[in-house]
Design a protein around this ligand. Structure first.
Ligand code: PMP
Length: 362
């Protein structure tokens, strides 16, 4: 006879200890503006919606596992080869594939902190050790300290530009120096989830670094500027060996037909979507200027959000004030508050909450 188990099967210790990904949540009352997840505030494009409706009619069939058409379109769009593109369920899904294909117990993965909260979770899950390197005083990556944190055990480095949650971008020259300092067997992943919002005069050209360095790979997503967060599709531009490895470790059929078709239609409409992103960037300039004029100190964001560094008292006062205003923002205990940018009227509500720096604790 089979013995009746007395307890549930145990989780791996690393899983039992994981904090888990915490999405934005509202404490009370009616939510009227969701500014906690860096989503697009625009309605889906009619052409994309139509494609989604049409593709949904085939939901009884599995999607194309190789995502051949989508990969070809992405490759043509970026000027790379389809063999150098791997897609996955969101760029976070692709990052899980990257880490799963390259890292394991005994390895180390270096990243800036604070950055995207999924990094330490995904790294720990592989059994590798997360090596967070504090951000510099300007809230940007401290690439010199990150290079110094690379050891014989380092397998990968995650560089987030623009950085979530601080919005800071990594300068090309600094990343070039970093690449020259790091051994070529260390994979350097440049996470460009927010690249479409960058409006710097000389933006980081991560694709050029990909072409010049066999150890660079670039991560992008349809979730932010392309407005497909709910469909889950992201991609990596990776050298052929890694791209092939990513396809091997991918969850079979992880990107739905609906998501693949919507992503292709969105690339058809890239011009229009870029205009939307440019409008968000223009709003960012206005909001940052207004906040500075109101007495707030904040870093130079190149993303679709702004960052207020805050100790506990300020953070609690900020989340309370936003909560009363029906605005959901993302609070990071110990670090600060991140506010996603939206349309001018919604951004004005943010500015109204923050109109007087002196009304908040130091
Ligand atoms: N990278 C960064 C820096 C992000 O902020 C996010 C989303 N918060 C992602 C990747 C993942 O986005 P997705 O999985 O929707 O592509």
């Amino acid at each position: 006879t089979v013995p009746v188990p007395s307890a549930e099967p145990p989780l791996r210790p690393v899983v039992a200890q994981l904090p888990g990904y915490v999405a934005g949540r509202r404490a009370s009352g009616a939510l009227t503006a969701a500014l906690a997840s860096n989503e697009s505030h625009y309605d889906p494009l009619p052409s994309v919606l139509e494609e989604v409706r049409e593709a949904a009619g085939r939901m009884n069939r599995y999607p194309d596992m190789g995502a051949v058409q989508l990969r070809e379109r992405i490759a043509a769009f970026l000027g790379v080869r389809p063999e150098e593109v791997a897609v996955g369920p969101g760029s976070v899904g692709v990052l899980q594939q990257i880490l799963g294909a390259t890292c394991g117990p005994g390895d180390e993965v270096v990243f800036a902190w604070r950055s995207f909260e999924a990094y330490p979770i995904l790294v720990s899950l592989t059994g590798a050790t997360a090596v967070p390197v504090p951000l510099a005083a300007d809230e940007g990556h401290d690439l010199e300290a990150m290079a110094a944190a690379v050891t014989d055990r380092t397998r990968a480095v995650l560089v987030c530009s623009p950085n979530n949650p601080t919005g800071t971008s990594v300068p090309q020259a600094a990343l070039e120096r970093f690449l020259a300092a790091v051994p070529p067997h260390v994979l350097v992943v440049v996470d460009e989830a927010y690249v479409e919002f960058v409006d710097e005069e000389r933006p980081l050209d991560a694709l050029a670094l990909f072409r010049a360095h066999p150890n660079v790979c670039v991560l992008r997503t349809f979730s932010k500027a392309y407005g497909l967060a709910g469909l889950r599709v992201g991609y990596a531009v990776a050298h052929e060996g890694l791209a092939e490895g990513l396809r091997k470790v991918a969850l079979p059929f992880g990107v739905s037909t609906v998501a693949q078709r919507a992503a292709i239609r969105s690339l058809d409409a890239a011009g229009e979507l870029r205009e939307r992103a440019a409008a968000v960037a223009a709003e960012r300039r206005r909001v940052v200027d207004a906040l500075r004029a109101a007495g707030w100190e904040l870093p130079e964001s190149q993303a679709n959000f702004v960052w207020l560094r805050a100790g506990d008292a300020l953070r609690e006062a900020l989340t309370g004030a936003f909560d009363r205003a029906g605005v959901l923002v993302r609070a990071y205990p110990g670090d600060g508050v991140r506010i996603t940018l939206a349309d001018p009227a919604t951004n004005d509500r943010v500015l109204a909450v923050l109109a007087d720096r002196a009304a908040f604790p130091a």
